[in-house]
Ligand binder design. Sequence first.
Ligand code: GLA
Length: 387
Amino acid sequence: MVETITKKFEEVYGDAKGVKVFFAPGRVNLIGEHTDYNGGHVFPCALTIGTYGVARERQDRKLRFYSMNFSHLGIIESSLDDLEPHKEAGWTNYPKGVMWAFEKRGFQIPRGMDILLNGNIPNGSGLSSSASIEVLTGYILRAFFGFEVSNQDLALIGQYSENNFNGVNCGIMDQFAIAMGKKEHAIFLDTADLSYVYAPVKLEGAKIVIACSNKKRGLGDSKYNERRSECETALAELQQVVDIKGLGDLSEEQFEEYKSAIKDPVRVRRAKHAVYENQRTIKAVEALKANNIVQFGQMMNASHVSLRDDYEVTGIELDTLVEEAWKVEGVIGSRMTGAGFGGCTVSLVKDEAIDTFIKQVGEAYCAKIGYNADFYVVEVGDGPCEL
Ligand code: GLA
């Protein structure tokens, strides 16, 4: 890969003098969905697929970007003096947003850069290709200009840029999972205070299989922001009757006791999901630690039901993938992962059932939805690195 992309860099920019090569992973969330902006727990892991980047610094303030995934767009030029989001700048709004966020933090980027990216995360799949680009960009800036920021800071800077430059009010999960990833471990993160522990993902005889619905997300981002504000309103209503900082502070019992403070039935369901999903995540991680993978799988299934019925972020594509997965013998658990409204599901599947799983779920999906899903057997990998 290093050789292929360095060669491509040379072809695109004329020569490859002074380049360095980097990688940042994608991520999948095993459980704890739509809890990260509610002060709850998440349990994601970094993947061995992700974004590769070749970069070098320039002598002037120009920025040149090229993505092998969007090669038809050619080189997209900008400048450190124009760190503003532009619609026509397309994907380059992600790296530019991170540069902008560094400057907001008081780090002056002294010189421009030539950057080439090549990702092997399916675009728009919900495996966080954008957060991967954000963390990668931060890592590149630190490597070239020596900015004193930790990997955790890279996650926060990435999230800040996504929220304030790209207009998606996401939580911290994706950037954190990517910046802090660890091979063969998932990260049990408390988003209320960013404390975390690594938990081994020992699946013994099973693998993580991602099914990508290939449904274009479309309205996803605005629906995402809508869910977030529904939760914020529900929290404000609850705060009239109980002293909490986030929905993640409540147990299921407390929620049932106080929920009548929420004045709208839809918001009750949204908040219920946030509270129950957080508690489910805590219990699921305990089950995994106790090697009770069957119970972990049941929690994954329950997570999907809650996202489908109470949080309403699944849709027929994700529901079909999950409901068909549940029918396959050897499936330990299956649920949608990420923001929802399209994107992917994550399933734990016993080794001997993987082929049947892909065939059976794939055929049923195509028959019902009218186009194919894609399947990936993935591995849990490390965070970003220089290659
Ligand atoms: C997206 C966001 C995350 C998180 C998930 C839902 O991936 O970027 O912050 O909220 O959706 O769990």
